[in-house]
Unconditional design. Structure first.
Length: 178
């Protein structure tokens, strides 16, 4: 498997609406495997194709990771191709979110408590899932990426400006360390 490059804010691909996938074949499955491996190596729970420079409606998620004997985190990986939220609960929840494309930053984001999602899986089988709690938040976060939306677009301007200043400082510190 190949570790992919994760694109960071403000890269323009992160603001594009991703295109539908036309077919699920071996090339796509290899890309899904590479995305999942990249997500694990970057210590994430979800990754959308635009985050690795591919403007396609593809997401990988593993919201149930636990470390094994070798210290590798694995759980219950999900592959969502052309995912679409077909129902949202009226109940809302607020949780702290981070993003591999906005490194080392976190903010409280309000999301629907439950969502029903229609998608195709790794093998091209049409599926639906009713997600709640942490999985619902992760799915909404990742599906936002497919529409060019980052979690920082869902917080107040004041909080976003503060977060972006901290991100700038984080990057300056990284540059000084190199």
């Amino acid at each position: 498997m190949t570790k992919l490059k994760v694109y960071e804010y403000p890269h323009p691909i992160l603001k594009q609406k991703a295109q539908r996938v036309e077919k699920i074949d071996d090339d796509l499955r290899k890309f899904l495997d590479d995305m999942l491996e990249t997500m694990y190596e970057e210590v994430g729970v979800g990754l959308a194709a635009p985050q690795v420079g591919v403007s396609k409606r593809i997401v990988v998620i593993d919201a149930e990771q636990e470390k094994d004997e070798q210290g590798n985190k694995r759980g219950n990986p999900m592959y969502l191709v052309n995912p679409e939220i077909i129902w949202r609960s009226d109940e809302m929840v607020c949780g702290e979110e981070g993003c591999l494309s906005v490194p080392d930053q976190r903010a409280e984001v309000e999301r629907n408590a439950k969502v029903r999602v229609h998608y195709w899986d790794y093998d091209g089988v049409e599926r639906e899932i009713l997600a709640d709690d942490f999985l619902a938040i992760v799915i909404q976060h990742e599906l936002d990426h497919l529409d060019g939306i980052l979690y920082i677009d869902r917080i107040s301007r004041l909080k976003r400006n503060m977060l972006l200043k901290k991100l700038k400082k984080y990057r300056e510190n990284l540059a000084h360390e190199e």
